[in-house]
Design a protein around this ligand. Structure first.
Ligand SMILES: Nc1nc2c(ncn2[C@@H]2O[C@H](COP(=O)(O)OP(=O)(O)OP(=O)(O)O)[C@@H](O)[C@H]2O)c(=O)[nH]1
Length: 318
């Protein structure tokens, strides 16, 4: 088989299901208690598609909500401890919180418009100033509670509090500037595929297991060539109406196009084999028939990128 044939074969497998320049990533909200973090998160998530999940995404974080936009997907995660900074005041941030702050793509620092900046805010601002690798967006919440002059004054005070990537006033209850906040946050995310399926999120642990089974099958026989280079994400998993059948769409990520060719094999033979072996395992796991659609995608050097690693479900290796 010549290269041209292989290219032809790869084309349908490569078709991205998201627009060029799509961005995806993680944000965490920090701020004193009662400043409106939860209300803002809910308003942002509810704006386009209300999808929330309290299921732990990893042992280390909880996905609180997902904001779907045409050009981006923003996943809001809990920061252990920092979303309740009361417990942190007077003590140092522990290393877990620090590492979470480093690993998210953008930090959202909430300060209310209707209260003077206090010691709690200054303390958090100081801690955030040390997060030089992660952009911090300062959000002035509850803008509906003050007049224009007071809001302008608070924006100025907040700007003097630190070196923020952006400063945005918002009112979750007044539905003022919600779209702007979401747009600004998404602008700080890296380019990458959507991490959750569009529409309702079924964040079942089954999906993780299915992804693991596919990964196992894909690694069989090539473990030495691609030791840790394969990651699998289940994009969609749904029951086919009226049938005892589950439709599963999964993406198999490799780091380079040369690895992609290995995974696919001559005339796609290897990929078909991986698919049928994985399908058998999955059917055993789910106890019903499965249709498995596998796509191979290149996510350049994902092993060396902690953010990508986490995105692809390899938190423990980051
Ligand atoms: N007027 C007004 N009130 C708001 C707004 N956002 C939040 N609030 C109110 O502020 C209070 C605190 O909001 P939360 O969202 O619970 O604040 P939080 O920062 O998540 O609080 P903790 O969970 O204690 O950290 C609630 O009574 C909200 O109704 C807003 O945009 N405008």
């Amino acid at each position: 088989m010549n290269d041209l044939d292989l290219e032809k074969l790869r084309l349908p497998l490569e078709t991205p299901s998201y627009p060029e320049g799509f961005r995806s990533g993680f944000a965490c909200f920090v701020g004193r208690p009662n400043v409106g973090k939860s209300t803002l998160m809910n308003a942002l998530v509810g704006q386009k598609v209300a999808i929330t999940s309290n299921r732990p995404q990893t042992t280390r974080r909880t996905v609180r909500g997902i904001v779907h936009r045409p050009e981006a997907q923003l996943i809001i995660v809990d920061t252990p401890g920092l979303h309740k900074p009361r417990t942190l005041l007077g003590e140092r941030l522990d290393s877990l919180v620090r590492s979470t702050l480093v690993e998210v793509d953008v930090i959202v620092f909430c300060i209310p418009a209707d209260e003077p900046i206090g010691r709690g805010d200054t303390y958090i601002a100081k801690e955030l100033a040390e997060q030089t690798s992660t952009p911090v967006v300062a959000v002035v919440t509850k803008a509906d509670l003050v007049d224009r002059d007071a809001l302008a004054g608070q924006l100025l005070a907040v700007s003097e509090l630190g070196d923020w990537a952006d400063i945005v006033p918002v009112s979750a209850e007044g539905e003022f500037q919600l779209d702007t906040v979401s747009e600004v946050l998404c602008s700080h995310l890296p380019e990458g595929p959507p991490l959750y399926p569009d529409g309702d999120l079924t964040d079942e642990p089954e999906e993780m297991l299915v992804a693991e089974l596919v990964r196992e099958a894909a690694l069989e026989g090539v473990r030495d060539e691609l030791p840790h280079s394969i990651a699998v994400v289940v994009d969609e998993m749904s029951e086919r109406e009226g049938k005892e059948l589950v439709d599963i769409y999964a993406s198999l990520y490799v780091e380079r196009s040369s690895q992609k060719a290995i995974v696919i094999g001559t005339k796609g033979a290897r990929l078909r084999d991986v698919g049928s072996r994985a399908r058998k395992q999955i059917e055993g796991l789910l106890g019903r028939r499965a249709f498995l659609d596998l796509r191979v995608r290149v996510a350049k050097d994902w092993q060396r990128d902690p953010k990508l690693l986490r995105r692809l479900g390899f938190d423990q290796q980051s």
